[in-house]
Write a protein that binds this ligand. Sequence first.
Ligand code: ZN
Length: 272
Amino acid sequence: MEIQNQESISAAAKIIVQSRYTIALVGAGLSVGSGIPTFRGAGGLWTKLGEPSNNGYENFLADPKAWWDQNLNAKIDPERTKFREAIEKAKPNPGHLALVDLEKICVLKHQITQNIDNLHYVAGSKKITEIHGNRTKLRCVGCDMRWHRDEFDRITLDWKQTLPPKCNTCFGIVKPDTVMFGEPIPLSTLNTCVDETRLSDCILVIGTSATVYPAAGFPREVLSSGGKIIEINPEETPISQTATESIKGPTEDSLPKLVTEIKRIIGDDPTT
Ligand SMILES: [Zn+2]
């Protein structure tokens, strides 16, 4: 396994170095190394509580005032509280930092992440599209404007007294930036993903089985336009079949090794 992985890492590094525009599609597997359980895996929130209903967004739009009131004031069940606490104390792991490194040396052009935990930004990555939103932000349903929660508190001091919160530009209703069940992904977000995917001739699929659309479409798109897929995941996934290289193992181990190998090839390793 170890030798096989070294071979996959070397081969993947070569492909990445030869590619013109490498992007990454990132999923929950990357944050497992930071102590955040995946939603559907063993110990996942939805494995314990059952899948959430598909009409979260519909319920929100039907009565945003009641939704916010509940969100701000209701007692949250213990499993959700535990999950929230795990996210709140989580720190970026070596996998996140490896992606920052790849961006800094201009090898990685963009990351499309399904994670809402903000850890890419905490780690220091800059070029990120958060396809499912960011838990530290709020968003206007009218104009897609986003604010950090603290920033929104500052500019709209008494918003908790007059629910639901409203956008100070278009007066649209403001919701958490995280995409709810049944909510379409904001068009501007989706457009960025499509543009980045079109530019890409190599996509790293990291810690995600990429079975849920639209994310599932991005590796397919790169592949069908002649590009390559490199998978980094501890488990075999449907992507493994189509990936040019598949690096098995925890992402927080594999990604730093991959970066070391890339730097060795391009001669940017200070230890050589
Ligand atoms: Zn607005």
